[in-house]
Every structure is written in structure tokens, then in C-alpha cells.
Write a protein that binds this ligand. Structure first.
Ligand code: NAI
Ligand code: MG
Length: 359
């Protein structure tokens, strides 16, 4: 397996270093290439997403992305590289799971549309300088395909889908999303489907998360809801996500570059290491006879090992068990109330994986 790592800015390189060590320990045959993106890359090259990075990302079997520091003011020429990558590789499905290890009744997934909505960034300032306008793009095609992903996932899980929107106010744009999502969901007769307005959904995610299985929503609502959701799994230091398309897969922690703690060796690496678990799970279980001809040389669906102990599924399960052990028993970084360093946590993960291999 060939992995492109984009460490980015702030704590991105720290947590991606940990993720890389864990993946290399689990799957020693993995090859890595590192590529630049983000604010520091912009300072060096005048672009936050150099062509070489895009090419390396395209050529890899999967991408691990750390975090980038995007300024909150207009900087001519700067565009958020993660938003660009999602669009360039058509990574239209952002999968953000939340589970509370010590409260098994809390286990749900936010499925966020990843390519459109306000995040297409079509903003402008009127000539008077006092009026700003943003365009919100919603299409039937994107709304349908993201709902299909959510329905397939709900089918593999507890069979419940919640469609989240604000169609009572945004009648045209969210109206189209709602209508498209309901139409697709109706094709999955065995699913229990309901819908919620985003504001009340936010309250339920905070207050009664056990009512959810799979939520599907538009880009910005999904961004916000998934940050609320991660409170239940222990905060941003533990939340991982996948960005999936038909041909590429990118895994990234939900958190950002965390400039307040960067360079201090205190960032929690478990969200980034959780991305490695999601990566192995996404690659797991594909047998050679299932691969179409045009997939033979693409790593999006890689043939899994015939040896069950070396399979992606087995490595993913091993890593999940180690993540679970460290989340419960520590060592914990300060965000989880401990005083361990990033390196302490990484070493503890590696030691557990090593013990598993020795048995
Ligand atoms: P943030 O997620 O970077 O940090 C929020 C808070 O959570 C901070 O107090 C931080 O110290 C803490 N935190 C985050 N990750 C942690 C970890 N692994 N371990 C321990 N504590 C952790 O969000 P913020 O502060 O709003 O944004 C900072 C920068 O990151 C901004 O420039 C923003 O644009 C960027 N950002 C990038 C994202 C990405 O690359 N996908 C996503 C979100 C923000
Ligand atoms: Mg976010």
C-alpha cells in the first residue's frame, strides 16, 4: 500500500508523525511519500496546495491529512487546501463517526456532503464595501449521492437515517436537498427514516445522542454538527474522519492545526491514529475476484491479504483494540486530563501493538 501523508501546519506534523509510525508498525510493507500543503506551504510556494502535492495525492492508495492553518481573513491567492483537495479528488462523502467507549448506546455517524454548499467559496463584497454576499450551491446529484452513501451505511448499522436540513428557511436550496434525500431514502424500504431541522438536531446531538444512527446533511451543517458530536467521544483529540469518493480516499482528524498547543509535544495523537484505523477498515475485505478490471491497478479498492492475520480487517481490529485500551487506561494527553506527551501516547500504542504481534 502506498500512502501520501500531508502533515500541514501546527500540530499536523506532530500527530501525523504518530500516525505514520503506527501504520508502519502494523503494515511494514507500506510505502510513504510526504507532501506539503497549508499556510507554511503558501509562504514558501505562493500556493497552499502545490501541484506536486495534488499529483502525489492522486497517485497514492490513500491520503493521510494532518491539519492546516487557514487564516480567517482574506489573503489574496490563499484557498483552503483541504477544501480544494475534497473537490479536486471528488471526495464527496465526509464520514464522521462518534462513539463513546464507555457509553455504548452512543454510536452514530455524521455523513456530510463535502463538495458544495457555502464552502464552494463564491463570496463577494459589493462596491459599497459594506455588503458581503455568499452563494450556496446545492445540486440534486450531490444530494442524491451523499444520501445513497448514508443509506448504505445505515443498512450495515442499525437501520436508522436522519436527514438534517433547514428547509423551512432555505426553501429552495435545502428544499432541493431535502426532496432529493427523501427520494433516495424511500428506495431503502428497510430503513427507518426521519428528518430534523438543523438547530433542533444540534440540540439532540448534544443532549440525546443515543437517538441517532446515521445523520446525513449538507456541508456546513455537517461540519458544525460533527464538532458538537465529538464531545461524546472525548473531544477533538479523539475524533477521526474519512473523505471518500469513487476513486480516492483521504483520512483526517476532525481537529485543526491547534496553534495554541503546537510545538509542545502535547497534542493528542489518537484522532490521527484513529484515521489509520478508518483507512485499514476502508481497505478491508476486498477479494481479488471482486475487483473490476479497471480497479486492478488503482488502490482505492486494494486486494486484501489472503493471510487473515495480515489482512487489513485484522490490522484494523488490532488497532481499534489498542486505541480503546489507551483511551480508557491512558496514558492521556492534557486534553483528556493527563500529563502525557504526544510521544508517550504513541509509544504506548506501539507497545500494545507489539505485544499483540508477539502473542
Ligand atoms: P482546532 O481544532 O485547531 O483547535 C480547537 C481547540 O482544540 C484548541 O484549543 C486546541 O488546542 C484543541 N485541540 C485540537 N486538536 C487537539 C489535539 N489533537 N489534542 C489536544 N487538543 C486539541 O480549531 P481552531 O482553533 O478553531 O483552528 C485553528 C486553525 O486550524 C485555524 O487556522 C483553522 O483554520 C484550522 N482548522 C483546520 C482544519 C483542517 O485542517 N481540516 C479544521 C479546523 C480548523
Ligand atoms: Mg470543522
Amino acid at each position: 500500500m502506498h500512502i501520501c501523508i500531508i502533515p500541514g501546519d501546527g500540530i499536523g506534523p506532530e500527530v501525523m508523525g504518530a500516525a505514520r509510525r503506527v501504520l508502519a508498525a502494523l503494515a511494514p510493507e507500506t510505502t510513504f511519500v510526504e507532501a506539503e500543503a497549508g499556510w507554511e506551504a503558501f509562504q514558501r510556494h505562493g500556493t497552499a496546495l502545490p501541484e506536486a502535492t495534488l499529483a502525489a495525492a492522486r497517485a497514492a492508495d490513500a491520503i493521510l491529512f494532518g491539519a492546516v492553518a487557514s487564516p480567517s481573513h482574506v489573503v489574496p491567492g490563499y484557498r483552503s487546501p483541504i477544501v480544494q483537495l475534497r473537490r479536486a479528488l471528488d471526495l464527496y462523502a465526509n464520514i464522521r463517526p462518534t462513539f463513546a467507549i464507555q457509553r455504548p448506546e452512543i454510536d452514530f455517524v455524521v455523513v456530510r456532503e463535502n463538495t458544495e454548499d457555502l464552502y464552494v467559496g463564491r463570496e463577494r463584497l459589493e462596491d459599497d464595501g459594506d455588503t458581503a454576499i455568499a452563494e450556496r450551491l446545492i445540486t440534486r446529484r450531490a444530494s442524491e449521492r451523499i444520501t445513497r452513501v448514508a443509506c448504505e451505511l445505515a443498512q450495515q448499522r442499525r437501520g436508522k437515517l436522519t436527514i438534517v436540513h433547514k428547509a423551512n428557511v432555505l426553501r429552495v436550496s435545502d428544499g432541493l436537498f431535502r426532496q432529493s434525500a427523501l427520494a433516495v431514502a424511500a428506495q431503502y424500504a428497510e430503513l427507518v427514516v426521519d428528518e430534523l431541522l438543523v438547530d433542533v438536531a444540534a440540540m439532540h446531538v448534544a443532549q440525546s445522542p443515543q437517538r441517532f444512527d446515521v445523520l446525513v446533511t449538507t456541508n456546513m451543517f455537517g461540519d458544525i454538527l460533527s464538532d458538537i458530536a465529538c464531545i461524546h467521544s472525548g473531544g477533538l483529540g479523539l475524533a477521526s474522519s474519512a473523505n471518500l469518493g469513487e476513486t480516492h480516499a483521504l483520512f483526517e482528524p476532525v481537529h485543526g492545526a491547534a496553534p495554541d498547543i503546537a510545538g509542545k509535544d502535547v497534542a493528542n495523537p489518537l484522532a490521527a491514529i484513529g484515521c489509520v484505523a478508518m483507512l485499514l477498515e476502508q481497505k478491508s475485505g476486498v477479494r481479488s475476484q471482486e475487483l473490476e478490471d479497471d480497479e486492478q491497478d488503482s488502490g482505492f479498492r486494494i486486494q486484501d491479504s489472503e493471510d487473515p492475520t495480515r489482512s487489513f480487517a485484522n490490522m484494523g481490529a488490532q488497532l481499534r483494540a489498542a486505541l480503546c485500551a489507551v483511551t480508557i487506561h491512558g496514558p492521556h494527553t492534557p486534553d483528556l486530563g493527563g500529563n502525557a506527551t504526544t510521544n508517550d501516547v504513541t509509544e504506548a500504542m506501539l507497545a500494545i501493538l507489539q505485544r499483540g504481534n508477539d502473542r
